[in-house]
Design a protein around this ligand. Structure first.
Ligand SMILES: [Zn+2]
Length: 279
Protein backbone atom coordinates (compact mmCIF):
# COMPACT_ATOMS: atom_id res chain seq x y z
CA UNK A 1 0.00 0.00 0.00
CA UNK A 2 1.28 3.41 -0.84
CA UNK A 3 2.24 5.90 1.76
CA UNK A 4 1.01 9.39 2.27
CA UNK A 5 3.77 10.09 4.69
CA UNK A 6 5.37 13.28 3.50
CA UNK A 7 8.88 13.77 4.59
CA UNK A 8 10.64 14.35 1.39
CA UNK A 9 13.67 15.81 -0.16
CA UNK A 10 13.01 18.84 -2.24
CA UNK A 11 15.83 18.54 -4.68
CA UNK A 12 15.52 14.89 -5.54
CA UNK A 13 11.77 14.59 -4.86
CA UNK A 14 12.70 11.97 -2.32
CA UNK A 15 12.10 8.29 -1.94
CA UNK A 16 8.79 6.74 -1.21
CA UNK A 17 8.20 4.54 1.76
CA UNK A 18 5.46 2.69 3.42
CA UNK A 19 4.08 4.23 6.54
CA UNK A 20 1.79 3.67 9.41
CA UNK A 21 -1.12 5.95 8.65
CA UNK A 22 -3.52 3.06 8.80
CA UNK A 23 -6.71 4.95 8.24
CA UNK A 24 -5.32 6.37 5.06
CA UNK A 25 -4.73 2.93 3.73
CA UNK A 26 -8.38 2.15 4.03
CA UNK A 27 -9.58 5.58 3.08
CA UNK A 28 -7.37 6.46 0.23
CA UNK A 29 -6.12 3.31 -1.34
CA UNK A 30 -6.54 4.89 -4.76
CA UNK A 31 -4.44 7.89 -3.92
CA UNK A 32 -1.40 8.48 -6.03
CA UNK A 33 1.87 7.72 -4.30
CA UNK A 34 3.13 10.37 -1.95
CA UNK A 35 6.79 10.86 -1.30
CA UNK A 36 8.26 10.11 2.07
CA UNK A 37 11.24 11.33 3.96
CA UNK A 38 12.31 14.58 5.47
CA UNK A 39 12.50 17.58 3.26
CA UNK A 40 15.39 19.86 3.51
CA UNK A 41 14.88 23.41 2.41
CA UNK A 42 18.19 23.30 0.65
CA UNK A 43 19.35 21.03 -2.09
CA UNK A 44 21.16 18.57 0.11
CA UNK A 45 19.39 15.26 0.45
CA UNK A 46 18.21 14.80 4.00
CA UNK A 47 15.86 11.89 3.88
CA UNK A 48 15.59 10.13 7.20
CA UNK A 49 13.77 7.06 8.19
CA UNK A 50 11.56 8.22 11.04
CA UNK A 51 12.82 5.69 13.57
CA UNK A 52 16.34 6.99 13.16
CA UNK A 53 15.24 10.54 13.74
CA UNK A 54 13.38 9.74 16.88
CA UNK A 55 10.47 11.57 15.34
CA UNK A 56 8.56 8.64 13.99
CA UNK A 57 4.85 9.23 13.79
CA UNK A 58 3.70 5.66 13.72
CA UNK A 59 1.28 4.91 16.52
CA UNK A 60 3.29 1.91 17.65
CA UNK A 61 6.57 3.71 17.56
CA UNK A 62 8.56 3.64 20.76
CA UNK A 63 10.72 6.43 19.39
CA UNK A 64 7.68 8.60 18.85
CA UNK A 65 6.44 8.07 22.35
CA UNK A 66 9.86 8.81 23.76
CA UNK A 67 10.14 11.99 21.73
CA UNK A 68 6.72 13.14 22.82
CA UNK A 69 7.65 12.59 26.41
CA UNK A 70 10.88 14.49 26.03
CA UNK A 71 9.61 17.63 24.41
CA UNK A 72 5.92 17.68 25.11
CA UNK A 73 4.90 17.33 21.49
CA UNK A 74 1.48 15.97 22.34
CA UNK A 75 0.63 19.01 24.42
CA UNK A 76 1.96 21.37 21.78
CA UNK A 77 0.02 19.61 19.02
CA UNK A 78 -3.08 19.87 21.13
CA UNK A 79 -2.55 23.59 21.43
CA UNK A 80 -1.98 23.98 17.68
CA UNK A 81 -5.19 22.07 16.98
CA UNK A 82 -7.07 24.22 19.47
CA UNK A 83 -5.87 27.28 17.60
CA UNK A 84 -6.95 25.81 14.28
CA UNK A 85 -10.36 25.11 15.72
CA UNK A 86 -10.58 28.68 17.03
CA UNK A 87 -9.93 29.92 13.50
CA UNK A 88 -12.62 27.62 12.21
CA UNK A 89 -15.13 28.95 14.74
CA UNK A 90 -14.12 32.48 13.77
CA UNK A 91 -14.90 31.73 10.12
CA UNK A 92 -11.39 31.98 8.77
CA UNK A 93 -8.78 29.59 7.42
CA UNK A 94 -8.51 26.86 10.07
CA UNK A 95 -4.81 26.56 10.77
CA UNK A 96 -2.96 26.77 14.07
CA UNK A 97 0.76 26.95 14.77
CA UNK A 98 3.06 26.88 17.76
CA UNK A 99 6.79 27.20 18.35
CA UNK A 100 8.08 24.90 21.05
CA UNK A 101 11.34 24.93 22.94
CA UNK A 102 13.51 21.85 23.51
CA UNK A 103 11.80 21.55 26.89
CA UNK A 104 8.45 21.24 25.18
CA UNK A 105 7.17 24.67 26.14
CA UNK A 106 5.08 26.63 23.70
CA UNK A 107 7.04 29.87 23.40
CA UNK A 108 4.98 31.44 20.61
CA UNK A 109 1.72 30.66 18.89
CA UNK A 110 -0.54 31.98 16.19
CA UNK A 111 -3.47 31.07 14.02
CA UNK A 112 -4.93 31.87 10.67
CA UNK A 113 -6.73 35.22 10.63
CA UNK A 114 -7.03 36.01 6.92
CA UNK A 115 -10.72 36.84 7.07
CA UNK A 116 -10.82 38.28 10.58
CA UNK A 117 -10.70 42.04 10.88
CA UNK A 118 -8.54 42.06 13.99
CA UNK A 119 -6.88 39.80 16.51
CA UNK A 120 -8.20 42.02 19.28
CA UNK A 121 -4.89 43.44 20.45
CA UNK A 122 -3.00 44.24 17.27
CA UNK A 123 -0.25 41.70 17.88
CA UNK A 124 -1.04 39.34 15.03
CA UNK A 125 -1.68 39.92 11.36
CA UNK A 126 -5.34 39.81 10.41
CA UNK A 127 -7.52 40.51 7.41
CA UNK A 128 -4.82 40.15 4.80
CA UNK A 129 -3.62 37.33 2.60
CA UNK A 130 -0.47 36.76 4.62
CA UNK A 131 -2.21 36.41 8.00
CA UNK A 132 -1.14 32.77 8.21
CA UNK A 133 -0.87 30.83 11.45
CA UNK A 134 2.86 30.21 11.09
CA UNK A 135 3.62 33.85 10.38
CA UNK A 136 1.65 34.89 13.41
CA UNK A 137 3.47 32.34 15.57
CA UNK A 138 6.91 33.29 14.31
CA UNK A 139 6.10 36.96 14.82
CA UNK A 140 5.99 36.22 18.54
CA UNK A 141 9.69 35.31 18.66
CA UNK A 142 12.19 37.95 19.79
CA UNK A 143 14.71 39.15 17.20
CA UNK A 144 17.72 38.79 19.46
CA UNK A 145 18.21 35.04 19.38
CA UNK A 146 18.20 32.05 17.06
CA UNK A 147 15.87 29.10 17.37
CA UNK A 148 17.88 26.24 15.92
CA UNK A 149 16.71 23.90 18.64
CA UNK A 150 13.05 24.90 18.48
CA UNK A 151 10.30 23.32 16.41
CA UNK A 152 7.56 25.04 14.48
CA UNK A 153 4.39 22.96 14.58
CA UNK A 154 1.61 23.75 12.17
CA UNK A 155 -1.64 21.93 11.63
CA UNK A 156 -1.40 22.26 7.86
CA UNK A 157 1.47 21.77 5.46
CA UNK A 158 3.12 25.19 5.31
CA UNK A 159 3.10 27.40 2.24
CA UNK A 160 6.18 28.87 0.59
CA UNK A 161 5.87 32.12 2.52
CA UNK A 162 5.76 30.39 5.88
CA UNK A 163 8.69 28.13 5.06
CA UNK A 164 10.64 31.22 4.11
CA UNK A 165 9.62 32.82 7.39
CA UNK A 166 10.90 29.75 9.25
CA UNK A 167 14.28 30.13 7.56
CA UNK A 168 14.30 33.82 8.42
CA UNK A 169 13.55 32.92 12.03
CA UNK A 170 16.41 30.39 12.16
CA UNK A 171 13.98 27.57 12.87
CA UNK A 172 15.55 24.24 11.95
CA UNK A 173 12.56 21.92 12.23
CA UNK A 174 9.02 22.32 10.91
CA UNK A 175 6.40 19.66 11.58
CA UNK A 176 2.95 19.66 10.06
CA UNK A 177 -0.15 17.64 10.86
CA UNK A 178 -2.14 17.54 7.62
CA UNK A 179 -1.33 17.89 3.94
CA UNK A 180 -2.32 20.81 1.77
CA UNK A 181 -1.94 19.54 -1.79
CA UNK A 182 -2.66 23.00 -3.22
CA UNK A 183 -0.63 25.49 -1.22
CA UNK A 184 1.65 23.14 0.70
CA UNK A 185 5.26 23.83 -0.18
CA UNK A 186 7.19 21.22 1.74
CA UNK A 187 9.04 20.37 -1.48
CA UNK A 188 10.28 23.91 -1.84
CA UNK A 189 14.00 24.36 -2.36
CA UNK A 190 15.49 27.37 -0.65
CA UNK A 191 19.09 27.27 -1.73
CA UNK A 192 20.56 30.37 -0.20
CA UNK A 193 23.62 30.77 2.03
CA UNK A 194 21.25 31.59 4.86
CA UNK A 195 19.28 28.38 4.43
CA UNK A 196 22.45 26.34 3.94
CA UNK A 197 23.82 27.69 7.19
CA UNK A 198 20.87 26.36 9.16
CA UNK A 199 19.24 23.81 6.86
CA UNK A 200 15.71 23.23 8.11
CA UNK A 201 13.73 20.07 7.62
CA UNK A 202 9.99 19.70 7.17
CA UNK A 203 8.25 16.59 8.47
CA UNK A 204 4.68 15.40 8.16
CA UNK A 205 1.88 14.55 7.96
CA UNK A 206 0.93 13.05 11.30
CA UNK A 207 -0.28 9.49 10.64
CA UNK A 208 -3.11 9.62 13.11
CA UNK A 209 -6.42 11.28 13.91
CA UNK A 210 -4.75 14.65 14.34
CA UNK A 211 -3.51 14.76 10.78
CA UNK A 212 -6.84 13.50 9.51
CA UNK A 213 -8.71 16.12 11.52
CA UNK A 214 -6.47 18.93 10.25
CA UNK A 215 -6.99 17.88 6.65
CA UNK A 216 -10.72 17.37 6.94
CA UNK A 217 -11.19 20.71 8.65
CA UNK A 218 -9.27 22.47 5.90
CA UNK A 219 -10.91 20.71 2.96
CA UNK A 220 -14.38 21.13 4.39
CA UNK A 221 -13.67 24.80 4.98
CA UNK A 222 -12.53 25.18 1.36
CA UNK A 223 -15.73 23.52 0.11
CA UNK A 224 -17.91 25.60 2.41
CA UNK A 225 -16.11 28.77 1.44
CA UNK A 226 -16.62 28.05 -2.25
CA UNK A 227 -12.97 27.72 -3.19
CA UNK A 228 -12.43 27.55 -6.94
CA UNK A 229 -11.70 24.31 -8.74
CA UNK A 230 -7.95 24.90 -9.10
CA UNK A 231 -7.78 24.89 -5.31
CA UNK A 232 -10.10 21.93 -4.84
CA UNK A 233 -8.80 19.70 -7.59
CA UNK A 234 -5.47 18.89 -5.88
CA UNK A 235 -7.31 18.05 -2.68
CA UNK A 236 -9.58 15.66 -4.53
CA UNK A 237 -6.72 14.10 -6.43
CA UNK A 238 -4.15 13.80 -3.64
CA UNK A 239 -6.32 13.15 -0.59
CA UNK A 240 -9.50 11.74 -2.15
CA UNK A 241 -10.68 9.99 1.00
CA UNK A 242 -10.59 13.22 2.98
CA UNK A 243 -12.27 15.10 0.15
CA UNK A 244 -15.02 12.51 -0.12
CA UNK A 245 -15.84 12.72 3.58
CA UNK A 246 -15.64 16.52 3.52
CA UNK A 247 -18.16 16.66 0.68
CA UNK A 248 -20.80 14.60 2.50
CA UNK A 249 -23.91 16.43 3.66
CA UNK A 250 -23.55 14.69 7.03
CA UNK A 251 -20.15 16.34 7.47
CA UNK A 252 -21.61 19.77 6.74
CA UNK A 253 -24.37 19.11 9.23
CA UNK A 254 -21.84 18.09 11.83
CA UNK A 255 -19.58 21.11 11.40
CA UNK A 256 -22.56 23.46 11.35
CA UNK A 257 -23.77 21.96 14.61
CA UNK A 258 -20.34 22.08 16.22
CA UNK A 259 -19.96 25.71 15.23
CA UNK A 260 -23.44 26.57 16.43
CA UNK A 261 -22.71 24.94 19.78
CA UNK A 262 -19.23 26.52 20.03
CA UNK A 263 -17.83 23.06 20.68
CA UNK A 264 -14.25 22.75 21.84
CA UNK A 265 -11.61 20.99 19.81
CA UNK A 266 -11.80 17.75 21.78
CA UNK A 267 -15.51 17.50 21.13
CA UNK A 268 -14.90 18.30 17.48
CA UNK A 269 -12.19 15.65 17.10
CA UNK A 270 -14.33 13.03 18.81
CA UNK A 271 -17.23 13.82 16.50
CA UNK A 272 -14.99 13.77 13.44
CA UNK A 273 -13.64 10.38 14.45
CA UNK A 274 -17.17 9.05 14.24
CA UNK A 275 -17.43 10.30 10.66
CA UNK A 276 -14.63 7.93 9.75
CA UNK A 277 -15.99 5.13 11.84
CA UNK A 278 -17.58 3.29 8.95
CA UNK A 279 -14.36 3.10 6.98
ZN1 LIG B 1 1.62 30.04 5.04
Amino acid sequence: MRSRRLVRDRATRGPQATNSRGYQRSLTSTEPPRPAGTFSLVGRFRYHRPSKLGLAFGPASHQFRRHNRLVGLDTAWQRALELAWQSFLAGTTPVGAAVISPAGEVVAEGRGRRYEHSDGNGRQLAYCRIAHAEINALAGLPPTQHFDDHILLTTLEPCCMCLGAAVQSAIRRVHFAGCDPYGGASNLVIDTPQARRRPPTVTGPLPDARGRFAELLHVWWLLDFGAPQPVLEPQQRMIPGIHEVAARPATSNLFDRLRHDSADVEQAMTAVDRLFGDF
